[in-house]
Design a protein around this ligand. Sequence first.
Ligand SMILES: Cc1cc2nc3c(=O)[nH]c(=O)nc-3n(C[C@H](O)[C@H](O)[C@H](O)COP(=O)(O)OP(=O)(O)OC[C@H]3O[C@@H](n4cnc5c(N)ncnc54)[C@H](O)[C@@H]3O)c2cc1C
Length: 488
Amino acid sequence: MADYDLAIIGGGLNGTSIARDAAGRGLRVILLEQADLGCGASQASPRLVHGDLAGLERREFFRVRRALRERDVLLRIAPHLVRPARFAIPVHAEERPPWQLRSLLLLYEHLASRSGLPRSATLDVTHHPVGNALKRPFGTAFEYADCVVDDSRLVVLNAVDAAARGADIRTGARVTRAERGETWRLVAIDRGYRRVITARSLVNATGAWTGSVAETVLRVPAPRLATVQISQIVVRRLFDCDYVYAFQHADGQLIFASPYAQDCTLIGSVGHAFKGDPAIVAMSVREVAYLCDAANRYFREQITPADVLRTISGANSVIAPARRHMRDGAALLDYRRGKAPLLTIFGGDVTTSRHRAERAVSEFTRFYPMTPRWTATVPLPGGAFAWQRFETEVDIARDRWRFLGEAAARRLVAAYGLNVKDILGEAKAKADLGPAFGPELTGAEVRYLMRKEWARFPDDVLWRRSKLGLTMPQADRDALAAFMAKPD
Ligand SMILES: Cc1cc2nc3c(=O)[nH]c(=O)nc-3n(C[C@H](O)[C@H](O)[C@H](O)COP(=O)(O)OP(=O)(O)OC[C@H]3O[C@@H](n4cnc5c(N)ncnc54)[C@H](O)[C@@H]3O)c2cc1C
């Protein structure tokens, strides 16, 4: 008998969503990730959980409605990671005419009819906080509601939930070889050790590596793919309000500027076709300058490439744009008599990741029995509260752990939801939480991330489990590295 029903290669959003779904449906699951969870494309998303307003212009009404439904599902099951946000579209010369924007927003709201998010409105930005940061002469903006997400924490919490339901999550485990017979026999280099794993079915969820893994590891023909790169920049905060700004740029590119971490602004995205090693994806000087220039066109505060605190880039496999119906990503199942099934899944956006995984796992019902679909109604770890109660949960945390400042409480609730108690426990003062690394991170949080969330190295904590790397001084990083290297 095979060790597992399902082996998944790749610990990005697609792989971990499938692991969660399948483990909860009773399958014996192993997920093998060569580095850290969410270290690929899944930490470089535009961080939007949305129906995609622009999809309405392409007349993709069905797709937009389905994405809006999924937006509401994610908001319900992950109210800590997925937060409602007000989006502002300032009207300017290159923007669509106001009547067209208004009609689009009305249709968008109609398709999202039961969301419970606030309705769209027209703002006079000469008197509204949205206008404070903008250059003159913006007079009007349209505002509407959508959501933003902490993409890399969504990946990690999918894995945490999968593990809680019995999945074996292995990070630092690179699959190097696979033999396909009636079952799969995989060879992985698992933290330096060679390990052989057998599984009844296999999922290739390796993002930008999909083609190379198919050809060199699985030795099957690769699907027809293109690889694209998207990049964003992080700068100090350009505006005080909590809005996400969306601009239709002169060249047709949609530019978003959104609040990021505590005091920063994320500006993106810019993309192009990618060639090379997906583990080394860097933003070009030209792209950085492009996003700075784009922001300078709209915001009063001017930025140059020297102001960029961090660039965020990722590469991902996509199918040819001509096949619009597959914009939500692709899941290709290959099975033949005497050959164990192989599912290849790639692309797609964050918003529809849960649904994509649900559909993908359902493909395996023809091979073995499993319990019904479940992920649309069960919260992710720490997310068992209504999204409208987020601020209340922050207040409760501040009340229980009185040493927490508001920003720290908000960050912890946003990252861990109700599970923040597993980190702070009975602490009465910050000193009870072990050594401090920078103003926010404590030894207790780091140990929690190492024990429960597979963090092994400082970058796993500073960039994927949090964004504290943006503000942490070098001396504290060094201390963190030494702390993580010590046995518990
Ligand atoms: C160019 C681009 C465009 C995007 N567009 C959108 C968008 O429009 N809307 C939106 O919401 N989101 C978008 N996203 C983000 C979205 O989050 C990704 O599409 C999604 O996260 C892809 O996840 P994945 O799991 O397929 O890939 P990844 O997150 O890249 O995960 C693949 C994983 O496989 C691992 N791996 C590879 N080879 C092996 C091996 N041999 N053994 C073990 N592990 C291996 C890698 O280390 C990696 O962690 C985009 C991202 C990018 C980079």
